[in-house]
Design a protein around this ligand. Structure first.
Ligand code: ARG
Length: 454
């Protein structure tokens, strides 16, 4: 019991059940022990505790860390991970355990644990996302010239390449990678030494303490230090944005995997079957990613709502910062680990894509462009081509089969061709196969260099 001194009655059972966080913050054991080792060591370096006490504390804490390396902790009976570690430390080293909390509060302790956890989660998310970017860019390189219909409003628009599609998601995900990296820069400050809220009277060196835990610097204000959860919110936002991108990617692939489009198939190992309908191969992985994106928005808005109204400094509301973090990390690690081999093993039905991309509707813009290129004002060219495609569709004929007219020349009809349409999109950022291949290579080089920077 950490705080019973001034109380005349023990905590009610219902208080314990409502107040205790051990059932979930036990996941912070590694961070909590690391923070305590750093704190004990700094108490020694700054002359607050004698070396022999520090030695005993550190040895006891190391033993606790080792004992739980496999993650096995008792089920309950402790208020939180901090009281658990302290109790266990008493069992291991005796009364000297009571010196560990000198000048420290659970407020700066838990803020430090959460920072350490978020930093690890950001590093992990960044690495997993980079791996998926590589899978997408590799797909893009392989399918740089694979024609498929490009859509707006989910209506056939103009042809694009499958590689261009894959590169589009790689670009989005690189922005997510950047969000994880910049979040990490901001999270890289250590609140330990902020005390309960006002700082600590001990002559410790907070910068040295921060550095010993791998932080870039100490937080600059103790009130802010114990109550700031921006890093948690940053992580949830960056993750939610990533999942939102992955949800769009999933939705595209779910559509393409439908029997109606059949542009792609999924590798068997990453598709699911039906207990009733033997023919089914379902895209559950993609549907779960889409669903998780929705839940992630809830996690983010939930935490923001918890944070917005709490008076300085620490309030118990802050205890609720942890479960969303834990759930998000579990979700991201599985979602990214499943999507990466799914993209790498995606079965592309190139003929179906090409047939769909050869639909005259996707090439009507080429006809208008051809007219405009020889001086017909584009608005007139648009009208002429529009009338022509309407006629073609009404008569069930192709644009080429309708042939020339008083305004449409044979040379204009030459432009009505998928490969030509693709090859013409050569301005920076366009879908021309040569550009797509170049972009894919640049993306692969970029991921490589970002990985080295990590
Ligand atoms: N379990 C608490 C949390 O997660 C630890 C901090 C408790 N601090 C306090 N003043 N009661 O926030």
């Amino acid at each position: 019991m950490l705080w019973g001194g001034g109380f005349s009655a023990p905590p009610a059972e219902v208080l314990r059940r409502f107040n205790d966080s051990f059932s979930f913050d036990r996941a912070l054991i590694a961070e909590d022990v690391a923070g305590s080792i750093a704190w004990a060591t700094e108490l020694g370096k700054s002359g607050v505790l004698p070396a022999k006490d520090v030695k005993a504390l550190v040895a006891g804490l190391r033993a606790i860390a080792k004992e739980h390396e496999d993650g096995s902790l008792p089920e309950g009976g402790h208020e939180d991970i901090h009281s658990y570690v302290e109790t266990r430390l008493y069992e291991k080293v005796g009364a000297v355990a009571g010196k560990l909390h000198t000048g420290r509060s659970r407020n700066d302790q838990v803020a430090t644990d959460v920072r350490l956890y978020v930093k690890n989660a950001l590093v992990e998310a960044r690495a997993l996302t980079l791996t998926l970017v590589e899978a997408l860019a590799t797909l893009a390189l392989r399918e740089a010239a694979t024609a498929m219909p490009g859509y707006t409003h989910l209506k056939r628009a103009v042809p694009v390449t499958l590689g261009h599609w894959a590169n589009a998601y790689a670009e989005m995900l690189l922005r997510d990678v950047d969000r994880f990296a910049t979040s990490l820069e901001r999270a890289n400050e250590c609140p330990l030494g902020s005390g309960a809220l006002a700082g600590t009277p001990l002559a410790i060196d907070r910068q040295r303490l921060a550095a010993s835990l791998g932080f870039a610097r100490a937080t600059a204000n103790s009130l802010d230090g114990v109550s700031d959860r921006d890093a948690a919110a940053d992580y949830l936002y960056a993750s939610t944005m990533l999942l939102s991108h992955l949800s769009r990617l999933s939705e595209d692939l779910i559509l393409w995997n439908s029997d109606e489009l059949a542009f792609v198939g999924l590798p068997d190992a990453l598709a699911t079957g039906s207990s009733r309908m033997p023919q089914k191969k379902n895209p559950d992985v993609l549907e779960l990613v889409r669903g998780h994106a929705g839940r992630a928005i809830g996690e983010l808005t939930g935490l923001l709502a918890v944070l917005k109204g709490i008076p300085l400094a620490y309030d118990k509301d802050l205890q609720l910062d942890k479960e969303p973090l834990f759930r998000m990390r579990a979700t991201l690690s599985l979602a990214l680990a499943a999507l990466t081999p799914l993209i790498a093993g995606l079965i592309v039905h190139r003929d179906a894509m090409k047939t769909a991309a050869s639909d005259d509707r996707l090439l009507t813009t080429e006809l208008a462009d051809a007219l405009a290129a020889r001086g017909v004002p584009f608005r007139e060219a648009h009208e002429i081509a529009g009338k022509r495609i309407a006629q073609a569709l009404a008569e069930g004929k192709s644009l080429k089969a309708l042939g020339t007219s008083d305004v449409i020349r044979a040379a204009d009809l030459e432009a009505v061709d998928v490969a030509k349409a693709l090859a013409r999109r050569t301005t920076f950022g366009g879908t021309a196969p040569a550009l797509v291949a170049r972009s894919a290579k640049a993306l692969l080089a970029k991921t490589k260099s970002l990985r080295r920077k990590a």
